[in-house]
Design a protein around this ligand. Sequence first.
Ligand code: TRP
Length: 333
Amino acid sequence: MLEQKSILTGVKPTGKPHIGNYFGAIKPAIIMGHQAKRFSLFIADYHAINFMKDPELLQKEIKEIACTYLAAGLNPDTDYFYRQSDIPEINEITTILYAFTPKGFMNKSHAYKAAVDKNLADGKPTDDGINMGLYTYPTLMASDILAMDTDIVPVGKDQIQHVEIARDIAGAVNAYYNKELLKLPSYITADNVAVLPGIDGRKMSKSYNNVIPLFDDEKIVKKAVYATVTDSRPLEEPKDPEEIIVYQIYKCIAPNDKVAEMAAGLREGKLGYGHCKAMLLDAILAETKEAKEKYDYYMAHYDEVKTYLANGAAKARPYAQATLQRLKETLFG
Ligand code: TRP
């Protein structure tokens, strides 16, 4: 069903990915993308400056995210891998889309609403610290998607609304000029993809400080794994594996037969938590070993990565140029 489709997704370079991102989002997106006719993955650097402006930090995070995706299996030859800022037409298209974007869409957008809610909760003025980039970012995101004639955007639940906004804006443009200037995108949420719990059992997230790091030194990974919360029940007590955080993480990572082995051991009271943690650590190291080697290689040879990104932009840009040209011809003749 995907082989005729173009799939696109963007990633904000904000923070080094952890194993929750890796197994819950990065790998599944690449696997899905590789079933499509065209897979575009771009680094959303214009989006990032709404949140973070320190150039050194930004460059570091762009580098880490680019190397992570390559390590995870992104193919720079066959995929479209680029930086948003290398395709200036996206910004020109954004300006056109503004004219078709109801302001109310922006007021209702989750990212903006979350920032407002936080301000109100903190007793600050409604729009305190909120810049126009954040306010209007669904329109830029719409342009990211529409510029590339995207059929499908794989998303987490938090991004569904933004794809719907993109679709609505595209529909408005097409309706106004009575022709199909822009392809209407849909989203797909990979519901077989697990949300990895963190070491405290809540969703794994940097903001909860409960992550297991990715591509870090074994010692650091081990420390996080062994800090996973467990209870004080004795080893022999039969346990429901689904209640055990170590197991919940393990089942998102380890091969099925190993997962069944841990489940049985817990159920029969034959497997202690220490042993389970050792199994989890082994699984993480085994499942990321090859990728970590690639990651280390790309981090040490970043010039190669920059070339990939430049080539990717050169490949993607004609799509954005064609979209812009279609729009301008219709708008201005
Ligand atoms: N808004 C997305 C996020 O916060 C990143 C993003 C920007 C994106 N443009 C996109 C995702 C286009 C999919 C398609 O994660």
